[in-house]
Design a protein around this ligand. Structure first.
Ligand code: ADP
Ligand code: MG
Length: 696
């Protein structure tokens, strides 16, 4: 018996509690509650103030209240549905309690003359103000009048678990806690003090049993120190888990790549421009990583058009010069092709061999690519996620460059490790969707970051306007005008469904419509259903100026680079996310001519659509746009990595709690120095089996 008593709540199964049998345990297990301690981490959603009894005359609809009075009438009424109506008076007024489900015993007990106290939400009903199915208890006249001393927690629940039942459970748990049963408080005093956070026991007691004077608003905003303590603990666990992954990768050996002596210089000499300061700086940051002997894990963020590709090319040449292979991966075939073209232009004059591998490469061509990659004959390999497949074997992979990181999963990225054999390849991740600072800290804590915060000279900001579909013809005339002046234009078609086929059809219809309305224009059409060769031909014709207007689906979202295009029409922009709109818009404004982007929306716009279009008009700063995107859509959507489990937090909410992230970083640092041993149990507590994606 004494052994059981000494067991900490974290190790005691819920069935140790009174009235918790196998069936109840099963229900709790659905909420991931297995041990008594898990119950304590099941925090109330909100609180009711039952510490004060309200006079019936003072009640308003939609407020949760406590009343006390005497039953004056009790009646079963037969309207549309049979119900028990119990009229209660307290001297100030009367109110009706209404029960649609009731039994004979209830009907008997709620008889004229008894005193009861009721809790419920006042609503307008048949007989004026009513309380529907209130909780109630009989008042014992012999005992002195006493209200509850604490606020009443309301728990998130599951089928078949009433609030009364939750409270019965929690009362038992709280009693155990007060009796001194051990709790696994992982955070030492030294870490709590600087942030004035309470220890675990006081925090949990406060949240399950808040005193009468507790501030309900503060609690419901999750700003109370007791809540902060738990939120921070959870965020810390997530942060530490990413840092652990990072440390594991960083411990491995990677090729030592000193600065390039010839290749980089030769490539830069071919270019008609010089590097921006930002490109130079980021290039140096990368260089340091490459020479360190341990795998680089670096995220390069840079707005659309900031010249990330060139930075990647310099890193690639550094690896190639030491005889290592380099893989460049892009999320879509069209973007991978663009890279293939760029890198061929830059690298072939240097005598380097490039292989191409995408999902559509099949049969003999695929065989040939795979062999060249395996033998090492192919020095640079460009492709899509086809490069992650098991049968792709590298001779000597030294660096993997991943473009547009947000579309690749963390799993895919880590699968790369396997491709490097005895040495782990360096990883360079590039994104044009700037990761909001808040997310960078929590979701990308495993990566070092570099920012290219400068556009090459000569870029002109894009003027963005929002125009209603009813003015479609006017827009067509504007396109005609612009093209007659020698510039080029995009017309982007969007669809709600994620169907390439439907989107392609819509684009075909639009292309026909535009051609009929503008017979003199040379119009091209590009969409995801075309063969790579056709796509490439059309893109090349547009780039060469042989086509004036390019009708496209969102396949042109990333990478496409035609400086002479200065007008873009985006149809139904309300269907796209902000980041995607910003990417699309980045296709114009690449030359010296003043560029315009027309958001051709379908009225009426929804709330979100309005916000997005407003943001597009207001700013061209990719970072600001990313922050607004996060605000509108939430972190799960923005990252597109919900499946990794990263965002499934129990108490914390990245958006609501973003203000704590600086503290978390500090805390993680302190933890590393002062209490490294708590890292593992913390990760275990908060992430469980979920997110050790470092080991997939
Ligand atoms: P992104 O960062 O969007 O991937 P890219 O690397 O595609 O941008 O570069 C966009 C365009 O800018 C390309 O045409 C590229 O050749 C050009 N570019 C890159 N760096 C410079 C520079 N320092 N000066 C002028 N043009 C540059
Ligand atoms: Mg790019």
């Amino acid at each position: 018996m004494s052994v059981v008593l000494e067991r900490s709540l974290g190790k005691s199964p819920v069935t140790e509690l009174k009235n918790v049998g196998a069936k109840m345990a099963e229900k709790l297990a659905k909420l991931d509650i297995h041990h008594i301690q898990d119950l304590l981490f099941h925090l109330p959603l909100r609180y009711l103030d039952r510490t004060r009894i309200s006079p019936i005359a003072s009640l308003h609809p939609n407020f949760h209240v406590v009343i006390e009075g005497e039953v004056v009438v009790s009646d079963v009424t037969f309207g549309k549905r049979r119900s028990l109506a119990v009229r209660v008076a307290d001297g100030s007024g009367t109110i009706t309690l209404r029960f649609y489900h009731f039994n004979a015993a209830q009907q008997n007990n709620l008889k004229k003359g008894v005193r009861i106290r009721c809790y419920g939400e006042a609503r307008r009903g048949k007989a004026g103000l009513e309380l529907y199915h209130p909780e109630y208890q009989f008042v014992d006249e012999s005992k002195p009048f006493k209200t509850e001393a604490n606020l009443t927690p309301i728990y998130p629940s599951t089928d078949g678990l009433t609030q009364v039942r939750w409270r019965q459970l929690m009362e038992q748990v709280i009693e155990l806690l007060m009796k001194g049963r051990a709790l696994d408080d992982l955070i030492p005093e030294a870490l709590l003090k600087p942030f004035a956070l309470p220890d675990l026991k006081s925090a949990l007691l406060y949240l399950h049993l808040p005193p009468q004077q507790a501030d309900v608003y503060e609690l419901e905003a999750y700003q109370h120190p007791a809540q902060k303590r738990l939120i921070m603990e959870e965020l810390l666990a997530h942060n530490l888990s990413l840092l652990t992954v990072r440390q594991e990768v960083k411990r491995e050996q990677a090729p030592i790549l000193p600065p390039s002596k010839h290749l980089v210089k030769s490539m830069l000499a071919q270019l008609p421009f010089t590097l921006t300061n930002a490109q130079l700086r980021v290039g140096q940051e990368i260089q340091q990583d490459l020479a360190s002997g341990h795998p680089m894990l670096r995220l390069v963020q840079g707005d659309v058009g900031s010249g990330k590709t060139l930075v990647a090319a310099m890193a690639a040449l550094t690896a190639l010069e030491q005889g290592f292979q380099v893989a460049i991966m892009a999320p879509t075939e069209i973007l991978a092709e663009q890279h293939l073209k760029n890198f061929s232009t830059w690298f072939e004059p240097l005598g380097l061999t490039i292989a191409w591998l995408a999902g559509k490469v099949k049969g003999k061509a695929r065989e040939a690519s795979l062999n060249a990659i395996k033998s090492g004959e192919a020095q640079l390999v460009v492709g899509t996620h086809a490069l992650f497949q098991d049968d792709v074997e590298f001779h000597k992979l030294g660096l993997a460059v991943i473009d547009e990181q947000h579309k690749f999963g963390v799993h895919q990225r880590l699968a790369l490790k396997e491709k490097g054999k005895s040495l782990s390849p360096h990883q360079l991740i590039m994104t044009a969707t700037p990761i909001p600072r808040t997310l960078a800290m929590s979701a990308y804590a495993d990566l070092d970051t570099s920012v290219i915060d400068e556009l090459p000279p000569g870029r002109t900001p894009v003027n963005t306007v929002a125009i209603d579909q009813s003015r479609r013809e006017e827009i067509m005339m504007r396109i005609l005008n612009a093209c007659q002046q020698g510039s080029q234009a995009y017309w982007v078609c969007t669809l709600i469904e994620e169907s390439e086929t439907l989107e392609a059809q819509a684009a075909e219809v639009t292309a026909r419509e535009l051609q009929a309305a503008l017979p003199d224009l040379k119009i091209g059409l590009v969409h995801g259903r075309l063969k790579s060769k056709e796509k490439a031909e059309i893109m090349a014709a547009f780039k060469a100026g042989e086509l004036q207007l390019l009708v496209a689906t969102t396949v042109i979202e990333v990478g496409v680079d035609v400086p002479n295009a200065s007008l873009m029409v985006i149809e139904n922009p309300e269907r796209l996310g902000l980041a995607q709109l910003h990417q699309l818009r980045g296709r114009v404004g690449r030359g010296t001519a003043k560029s315009h982007c027309v958001l051709l929306y379908q009225a009426p716009l929804g709330q979100q659509g309005k916000k997005r279009i407003q943001a597009m008009r207001d700013t061209s700063d990719g970072f600001k746009i990313a922050e607004i995107d996060l605000e509108i859509r939430g972190p799960g959507e923005v990252l597109g990595t919900r499946q990794t489990g990263l965002m499934q937090m129990r108490i914390a909410d990245l958006q609501r709690d973003a203000y704590l992230l600086d503290d978390i970083k500090l805390w993680a640092n302190m933890c590393e120095h002062e209490a490294p041993h708590i890292s593992e149990p913390l990760i275990q507590r908060w992430l469980g089996q979920n997110v050790r994606y470092g080991q997939v």
